[in-house]
Design a protein around this ligand. Structure first.
Ligand code: TYD
Length: 206
């Protein structure tokens, strides 16, 4: 079983996936918990290039290829071998992040992104994708209040970008309703975790 977690920045994916990995291990289920970008030695090196503040001049094409390079390495080195030996894989982001952020957010050509993704993943699709749903506007406003900052042009741009990402995720869910399950991420951590555990156990038992 290959399970991925998606959602906007700050939706709490990382906390939830860590709790789920601990729960499944406690149930005697073999689990591989990994993340994107990263998850392998090469992938983590690529992650530091992608996240470095020194790389402001990075163009969108390079950004996509770097995310995809990290993904290709992760699929070949870790995910496929784990699935082959019957381990359940939990991945914090996968190609849906590229479609949502680079495709819908940055408005790059979706067909090209699908082709690059197919090549990078060897066509490997998740069995289940959990979407942790929070309102991007509320998230950004919360951040703004935290920083006691003025609402400025950049914030407006950022809001537009995050709205498009949010909208993109919803289009992706509509296109493949059997693969996605949306979870309301605006609730307490334990409530969300209980729901996620039920969804995953039901899927594993099917
Ligand atoms: P990360 O620190 O892992 O944040 P999060 O906890 O929100 O996952 O940073 C990942 C960032 O990279 C996040 O803003 C989404 C972005 N991203 C893309 O734009 N495209 C991709 O293909 C992936 C995997 C991530």
């Amino acid at each position: 079983m290959f399970i991925t977690f998606e959602g906007p920045d700050g939706c709490g994916k990382t906390t939830q996936i860590t709790l789920l990995a601990r729960y499944l291990s406690g149930q005697g289920i073999a689990v591989c918990h990994t993340r994107e970008p990263g998850g392998t030695s090469i992938g983590e090196q690529v992650r530091s290039i992608l996240h470095s503040q020194d790389n402001q001049e990075m163009v969108s094409q390079a950004e996509i290829l770097l995310y995809s390079a990290s993904r290709a390495q992760l699929v070949a080195e870790k995910i496929i071998p784990a699935l082959t030996e019957g381990t359940t894989v939990l991945c914090d982001r996968y190609y849906d992040s590229t479609l949502a952020y680079q495709g819908y957010g940055r408005q790059l050509d979706l067909e090209t992104l699908h082709l690059i993704t197919e090549f990078a993943t060897q066509g490997l699709k998740p069995d289940l994708t959990l979407y942790l749903d929070i309102d991007p506007e509320a998230g950004l406003r919360r951040r703004q209040i935290d920083q006691a900052a003025e609402w400025n042009r950049l914030d407006a741009l950022a809001l537009d970008f995050h709205r498009r990402v949010h909208e993109g995720y919803h289009r992706l869910m509509e296109a493949e309703p059997d693969r996605w399950v949306k979870v309301d991420a605006a609730r307490p951590v334990e409530v969300i975790q209980t729901e996620i555990q039920q969804i995953v156990i039901e899927k594993l038992n099917r």
